[in-house]
Write a protein that binds this ligand. Sequence first.
Ligand SMILES: Cc1cc2nc3c(=O)[nH]c(=O)nc-3n(C[C@H](O)[C@H](O)[C@H](O)COP(=O)(O)OP(=O)(O)OC[C@H]3O[C@@H](n4cnc5c(N)ncnc54)[C@H](O)[C@@H]3O)c2cc1C
Length: 487
Amino acid sequence: MSDYGIHWFRRDLRLTGNAALERNLARHPGRVLGVFTFDRKFLARPDFSHGRFLFFLRTLENLRDEMRALGGDLLFLDEGPDAAFPSLLDTLRKSSLGLPKMVSFNRDYEPFARARDLRLSELFENRYGLLIHSERDHLLVEPEELSKDDEGGFYQVYSPFKRKWLGIFANGETNSRLREVGKWLKNGPPEFALRWDNPAFVKTGKPIFKQTGVLETYIEETSKRVPASLVARGPKIGHAAAKEALKNFRDDWLAGYGEQRDIPSLSGTSKISVYLKNGTLTVPQVICLLKLTADSPHIKYFQELIWREFYYHILYHCPRVENEAFLKKYANLPWGNNPEWFKKWCEGRTGYPIVDAGMRQLNETGWMHNRVRMVVASFLTKDLLIDWKWGEKYFMEKLLDGDLAPNNGGWQWAASTGCDPQPYFRIFNPTSQGEKFDPEGKYVKQWVPELAGVPVKTIHDPKNPIVDHSVQRNLALALYKAARAPQ
Ligand SMILES: Cc1cc2nc3c(=O)[nH]c(=O)nc-3n(C[C@H](O)[C@H](O)[C@H](O)COP(=O)(O)OP(=O)(O)OC[C@H]3O[C@@H](n4cnc5c(N)ncnc54)[C@H](O)[C@@H]3O)c2cc1C
């Protein structure tokens, strides 16, 4: 029996431009088995989202179907990797196939994932003697590559981070992925030919593993908990759909992105965050497709992709932000945490039209426009004086693109507890934000239908507001000021 490999899929749910999978296939042409391990503990997470889980499962199903169409397969193992891999590898060892030669995976930068990968790498190498091949994928420039020139340490402010990031990108020689992007920019993405022999199941006559329909069962069970309207309005599934969404954005909106990206009534943004989250699409592919260069006229869009990398960078170098304020002086702000106000905020019933529109868009579609995310986050923390961690968790429960690094970064930015030079007194006025970015009230009228008949002139005025912005603003200033005072 000739050598074969296993590719461990995690948040790289696509076949094209998947570096680790490509390397594995190059070594074992046509003989790589895909594996996904699912840890049930995940279902009990406090910020678990049925909507996001369903989107993830359907993406996985789509990937499996693509692999099957190519003669391969994706094993869905209904256990966490610490239990699933020993039982898989022990079974393989005893089978006619024997052990694989290699396990490949793409790197993940979240604290729990880094610890998991260390543990599993040790298991693969030491207990089973397997080769491990890991690659960059989720980020284009990895956190370890970006240290401050003179002082060492890590970047804590976006602008210098961006300059350094773009410098590395323009240089293009520092790593293979960047070189590859350079090549793609000239030639377009390479064709990725796969030839699958499907080592484990089909060719051996008698299947070694039976796929018991676990994935289908999870999909069925989760579907019951997600409103049909959310599924119907949600994004299409899979790499081809992601590419199509990006191409449509390129053709219709990219040229005007700088001006239109802040107008929530337009479809002026790319809506690819949900695909980047699961690796259905990667940053190098976005760069290739949109032909982004360091001096690109579309630098504004490029900068947003760099924001995403920045927040991963912060999480990687400062993992404690997952549980606490980046700025230690704001770790114990005495939040009011009024549960009634929180409920009204969640439901989109605060009386501030732009806030209510944003929350209802989130509840109904699993996505919210970035400008409005900033407004509702500022409102929760600086007007309602509610802990940003409550809002962060609620977003994770609802967002289809919910992702620890950018979500935590976005919330800490809005709450002024994060790594941002802007001082604590940046407080968004929800009325003037509405007037500026939704001047005709189109966005508000779409999501808050009871305001459909209100004249444009007064559309953003508060309607029976739960708090008075000018009063709350002063309370917020006092709250932060007290925390800054020397003890
Ligand atoms: C409070 C708050 C919470 C957020 N939570 C998340 C989250 O859980 N997951 C998530 O992916 N993004 C989050 N963001 C960032 C941003 O709102 C979304 O990435 C963006 O709205 C996604 O829509 P898009 O793909 O059309 O963006 P586009 O405007 O088309 O931008 C392209 C890509 O750049 C990245 N990007 C854009 N804006 C930001 C930003 N401000 N910070 C980091 N990356 C950015 C995203 O990957 C996005 O897909 C949050 C922002 C705030 C203020």
